[in-house]
Design a protein around this ligand. Structure first.
Ligand code: AMP
Length: 522
């Protein structure tokens, strides 16, 4: 179907023509008529599918009639990150060039006063990140009772970043009768609940199965040793040897690695910029602009900073680290192969990434090819001691799939299995096992207190299965091998560590900065 049949205004059609689009993308074709008919829309689509224009173009048509009043925006678009918000603003500038609309951006890192001045003038389109929007609202600078249309974009990303409570609050502040357009790449249960609460009889538009990766992206796994210098050398080799290379976004799992990789590439003479959450807004925008304008060829990023960015013509995505969360893989590689172009996604894989790769392949429902028939790299010197150390402390055993740290939620089915097993065991047996477990915990704690300060401690092979019999008697435990004298200093709580102190505490992510902090700690 051509654009002219979708019901868009003449001005908007002229802007589409000027943008050089010959036909609407599937999400545009399916969503635009419903938006113009003022229906709520639930759009399940990834970035790169043309979804921004799917809501921008009909909004521009709708906004041709009517005027904005001071401090009362007519429409509101919520975005999870400043960069995405800025990108949507650019879309309004591009497609709304022929219209006199007031578009304002409320994002962190920019002066409140400038934003306030725009609000006073009256705003047709307000694009905001949830936190900054609520800050303005709480200062009494903003009234949300005039909002006729609300767009919630990248909702699953909002969820990842802990913004759902803010979104719920904002949904209650805008009129009940507003039109809502809701976009998400995936539909986890929390997002489904949100749509059931805040959308009124929505039209569901789905352009591809959740969490699939585009067929126009060639995906390859590249084996590497696990030591940082080996990974950096693999990275340089990949960049130098890549076919049809124009530019690349390089993803690291941790902010500090973004810095390290950036400096290393710079030192080796590459044209490179960096983007991570610790940079201020100006520096982030400058880095992004230099990459967009081809002033730098490589951009090293963390996931949070890069989610959803629309950078046309990225030829290569390189995962310096295999992502811990498989959904991040889909989002990362979605930065290439946009708008029907082809792209290449290369993932550097060390022995420690075995489990992450298996989870990614499960999510995207396909195997990713290894570079030139290579396979999972053999265990190397750099990684073995770390893994053995973990084993010696009662962590994973040799031969088990490894990751950077144990994840409680990684194998729900395994958790269910152990719960079932627990329920089926006779009470007596459970009590005995519980006793043995706490004896083992105390032993591990004592071992830690003794071993950790000693750098060159010989590694012990982990003991699979239940605790060896030699530890059954507490007086023979390590750290309690000698009878304790009353005048000896006690390390920490000594042997009397309550078991609740030894339980792992899951980290909760409430806000974006929490996630950034957790990333930094990792
Ligand atoms: P988005 O999914 O909104 O991030 O859009 C991805 C890219 O597709 C952007 O660079 C748009 O400029 C481009 N685009 C949007 N609509 C079309 C279209 N109908 N034809 C070709 N490219 C498009």
């Amino acid at each position: 179907m051509p654009f002219s049949k979708l019901g868009l205004s003449a001005k908007v059609l002229a802007a589409v023509k000027a943008a050089g689009y010959s036909a609407p993308t599937p999400i545009q074709e399916q969503a635009i008529p419903h938006v113009l008919a003022r229906r709520d829309v639930l759009g399940i689509a990834q970035t790169g599918t043309g979804k921004t224009a799917a809501f921008t173009l009909p909004m521009l048509t709708i906004l041709e009639h009517g005027r904005a009043r001071a401090r009362m925006p007519r429409t509101l678009i919520l975005e999870p990150t400043r960069e995405l918000a800025a990108q949507v603003q650019e879309s309004f500038e591009k497609y709304g060039a022929g219209q006199k609309l007031n578009v304002a951006l409320l994002i962190g890192g920019v002066s409140f006063d400038d934003q306030d001045a725009k609000l006073i003038r009256g705003v047709d389109v307000l694009i905001a990140t949830p936190g900054r929007l609520l800050d303005h609202f709480e200062r009494g600078r903003l009234l949300l009772t005039g909002v006729e249309l609300l767009v919630i974009d990248e909702s699953d990303r909002m969820l990842d970043m802990g913004f759902i409570p803010d979104i719920e609050r904002i949904c209650k502040l805008v009129p009940f009768t507003r039109q809502t357009l809701f976009f998400s790449a995936t539909m986890p249960p929390e997002i489904t609940r949100l749509t059931e609460t805040f959308l009124h009889n929505p039209v569901r538009v789905e352009v591809s199965r959740a969490a699939t990766t585009a067929d126009n992206i060639t995906q390859t796994l590249v084996p590497s040793g696990g030591a940082p210098e080996e990974k950096r050398s693999t990275l340089r080799r990949l960049i130098r040897g890549a076919d049809n290379f124009k530019n690349a976004i390089i993803f690291c799992n941790r902010k500090r690695d973004v810095q390290v990789v950036y400096r290393s590439l710079e030192k080796h003479g590459f044209s490179v910029g960096a983007l991570h959450g610790d940079m201020d807004q100006r520096a982030r925008m400058a880095a992004l602009d230099s990459f967009r304008n081809d002033e730098v060829q490589l951009l090293v990023c963390s996931d949070v900073a890069a989610r959803g960015l629309d950078i046309p013509d990225v030829s290569h995505i390189i995962n310096y680290d295999a992502p811990h969360h498989s959904e991040d893989y889909v989002h990362r590689i979605g930065r290439t192969g946009r708008a029907g172009k082809t792209g290449v996604a290369l993932t550097i894989v060390t022995r420690a990434d075995q489990r992450s790769i298996a989870e990614i392949e499960k999510l995207i429902a396909r195997k990713i090819d290894w570079q030139e028939g290579a396979e999972m790299p053999p265990e190397d010197e750099g990684e073995a001691p770390a893994r053995e150390r973990r084993g010696a402390r009662g962590g994973r055993h040799r031969g088990e799939p490894s990751g950077d740290r144990p994840r409680l939620d990684r194998h729900p089915e395994r958790g269910a299995e152990s719960r079932r097993h627990h329920a089926e065991r006779p009470a007596q047996e459970r009590v005995a096992a519980e006793k043995e477990r706490s004896a083992n915990s105390r032993r591990r704690h004592a071992e830690r207190s003794v071993q950790e300060p000693v750098a060159a401690q010989p590694e012990r092979a982990p003991a699979p299965g239940p605790a060896p019999a030699r530890f059954a008697d507490p007086s023979q435990r390590r750290g309690a091998a000698r009878p304790r004298r009353d005048d000896e200093p006690v390390i920490g709580l000594g042997d009397h560590v309550p078991s609740f102190l030894l339980r792992p505490v899951p980290k909760r992510v409430r806000h974006a900065h929490d996630r950034e902090r957790i990333e930094a700690e990792e």
